[in-house]
Design a protein around this ligand. Structure first.
Ligand code: ATP
Ligand code: MG
Length: 633
């Protein structure tokens, strides 16, 4: 660890008030705050108490004078073959209009609005319109099924639901409207109104009288409408967003207003190094925390041009993202390891086909980035690739390199260091004492959580404390539920989730460590390892792997030879104790819709149990493959 970074981080913890008072200058305040932090009721933190501000003002209005004609948003859809762009001035017009439309539908300050739309500009307008009105948006990922949407409707109890006629994936149209109808039928607290944007898909849709409103019809009535920004007290909620549900029932993460705005602005400066006038391309969906923070709020608050992409990374071909970088001179890019592992199965020549000279960094988050994938993408692009670690709960990175503070060397497989504001600790599970260097322990944050982090679980303060702050009885700390390790140079490594540990003959192994070892074999694109109950050893690790080159496992004999090779690779890296009892080859792994491995479902199948809540599963076919592999088919 180095001087500049260390000093920056130290100050953010030791002089918390001074540090954040300075960062708060990065945004506009209608009325200055009285106090930087109120922490009189741990673990609840209130940032910038008494300050009045508005997210939409900071993301849009305040840029009109200086950069009204600069592009704010560029929408590129490889699904419907369309590109549209909006200057800050045009974005301002659109957002005002949608805010007026929402007002006419009865939306008031503090009301919830569910937005169930694909990556399209109107979704961004709707989000910012909510922020303008002081209404609380809850974006639900467009791929979720009716039951998932219904559960979120009942938790948030929205006044309005905004949707589109449909979305598209790999060129296949998915009708949203019937899903919405079904979700509303299933829900106890349905919205009074549903606003529908018709994208022109040829879909049969019956409007529900009194409830359904056509976007275009309503928009015509509010052509030049202007709606003032509602000035919110800093702690007033801006949005609710549900976690991915990888480990169980999703939690409604509530975010504040002022702390969130400041956190977004500061992260753009110190972490992502995106300056006003530059261009950022975040490949996420607006339904995830990454999409909220780094397609919409942070780029716009900081005056960047943000690219909103609707499509997959391999259509029309696996070079499509790099072509976008060349064409729009992207400076900052943000994606996920799961997408890079998809690219890894394609020709690496795509990484060199386009002029990427504008690009400074590629940031990746959402899942562990294994060493070999980290090396593959860094060397392929010839650019620094920054693995960084965060959660829906935190809204911005917890562990990351901070090139805006100091250019520290990257270690493959490591998300580097704690970000400023996070008093990070590695605590021993047994007695909450601090772990030594190179000792695996639970990653926790000493409260107060910094600005921008969740302030509570929507409507359930008690669950907030019970879920996140009750892991250790001796200490009030926020548990990330992830294992980590810090090496002697201060670099952190995430070793998987605390509930993904297996106990082999008394040895506790993180499934992630075994996965990393499996992935050291050159022909493995991705892998999931789970612990399966075993009468003799307690648990045994079993691996499900996707290979890069299928020709190598064409026959049964080749498969078995390949399995032995993979086991030998694990022996070499981890030792025989971590060797999977079986390595099954599949072409697809079960993942959540946000691209995270659903280990709990794989494990349940491997133990002959019910796979559990599958509402967040991306592709049911993947579970079928696991079943088939287990049956030896
Ligand atoms: P739920 O909490 O509902 O089970 P989830 O934890 O998958 O869902 P997210 O908030 O989207 O929901 O994901 C955060 C988690 O993703 C982290 O706690 C961590 O396990 C994993 N993660 C994110 N970034 C990284 C990274 N860079 N390296 C390793 N793991 C990461
Ligand atoms: Mg989580």
């Amino acid at each position: 660890m180095t001087q500049r970074y260390a000093e920056f981080h130290r100050r953010s913890i030791e002089d918390r008030d001074g540090f954040w008072r300075e960062q708060a200058m990065l945004i506009d305040w209608e009325k200055p705050f009285d106090r930087v932090l109120d922490y009189s009721r741990p673990p609840f933190a209130r940032w910038f108490v008494g300050g009045l501000t508005n997210l939409c003002h900071n993301a849009v209005d305040r840029h009109l004078a200086l950069r009204g004609d600069q592009k704010a948003l560029i929408w590129i859809s490889t699904e419907v073959d369309k590109t549209e762009s909006f200057t800050y001035r045009q974005l301002h017009e659109q957002v005002n209009r949608v805010a007026a439309m929402m007002l006419s539908l009865g939306v008031k300050r503090g009301d919830r609005v569910i937005i169930y739309m694909p990556n399209m500009p109107e979704a961004v307008f709707a989000i910012l319109a909510c922020a303008r009105l002081g209404a609380i948006h809850s974006v639900v990922f467009g791929g979720f099924a009716a039951a998932s949407l219904a559960a979120r409707i009942d938790d948030a109890r929205p006044t309005l639901l905004v949707t589109a006629d449909g979305g598209s994936r790999m060129g296949k149209v998915i009708a949203y409207k019937p899903l919405v109808d079904e979700a509303i039928r299933l829900s106890k607290y349905p919205p009074a109104k549903v606003l529908i944007f018709r994208r022109g898909f040829d879909l049969q849709m019956a409007n529900v009288a009194q409830r359904d409103v056509d976007w275009a019809d309503l928009a015509r009535q509010y052509e030049r409408a202007e709606v003032p920004c509602a000035w919110l007290e800093s702690s007033e909620p801006s949005y609710i967003l549900y976690t991915s549900g990888t480990t169980g029932k999703p939690k409604g993460v509530q975010r504040d207003t002022g702390g969130h705005a400041v956190a977004m602005a500061a992260s753009m400066k110190y972490i992502y190094c995106g300056a006003a006038g530059e261009t950022i391309f975040t490949t996420s969906d607006i339904g995830w925390a990454v999409g909220h923070s780094y397609i919409i709020y942070a780029p716009l608050i900081a005056g960047l041009t943000s690219i909103l992409y609707e499509g997959v990374p391999i259509r029309p071909d696996a070079g499509v993202w790099w072509k976008i970088v060349q064409e729009y001179k992207v400076n900052v890019m943000f994606s996920a390891p799961t997408a890079i592992r998809v690219l890894k199965k394609h020709d690496p020549a795509f990484l060199q086909k386009y002029d990427l000279s504008s690009l400074r960094h590629l940031f990746l988050a959402g899942e562990p980035l294994d060493e070999s994938t980290h090396a593959w993408i860094s060397e392929g692009l010839g650019k620094p690739v920054i693995d960084h670690y965060w959660q829906t709960e935190t809204g911005w990175p917890v562990l990351t390199a901070l090139p805006g503070v100091e250019k520290t060397p990257i270690k493959y497989g490591s998300p580097s260091f704690p970000a400023y504001g996070y008093d990070l600790k590695l605590l021993r599970e047994a007695d909450a004492s601090e772990a030594d260097a190179d000792e695996k322990a639970v990653v926790v944050i000493e409260p107060p959580l910094p600005p921008g982090c969740m302030t509570t679980i929507w409507g359930d303060d008690e669950r907030f404390v019970k879920t996140y702050f009750s892991t250790f009885t001796k200490k009030l700390v926020y548990s990330t539920f992830d294992w980590g390790i810090r090496d002697r140079e201060g670099y952190y490594f995430i070793l998987g989730r605390t509930d993904d540990v297996i106990n082999v003959a008394g040895h506790r192994l993180g499934t992630r460590e075994i996965e990393e070892a499996v992935q050291s074999h050159a022909n493995i694109a991705e892998v999931a390892v789970v612990g399966v109950a075993d009468a003799l050893k307690g648990q045994i690790p079993v691996a499900f792997a996707v290979v890069k080159d299928n020709a190598k496992i064409a026959t049964a004999a080749q498969k078995s030879a390949h399995e032995k090779e993979v086991m030998a690779a694990v022996d070499a890296q981890l030792g025989a104790i971590g060797r999977p009892a079986r390595v099954h080859f599949v072409s697809l792994l079960p993942k959540t819709r946000s691209g995270k491995l659903l280990r709990r479902s794989i494990q349940a199948l491997a133990e002959g149990r019910d796979p559990g809540d599958l509402t967040t599963l991306e592709d049911p076919g993947a579970l079928e493959q696991i079943r088939a592999a287990l049956k030896g088919r």
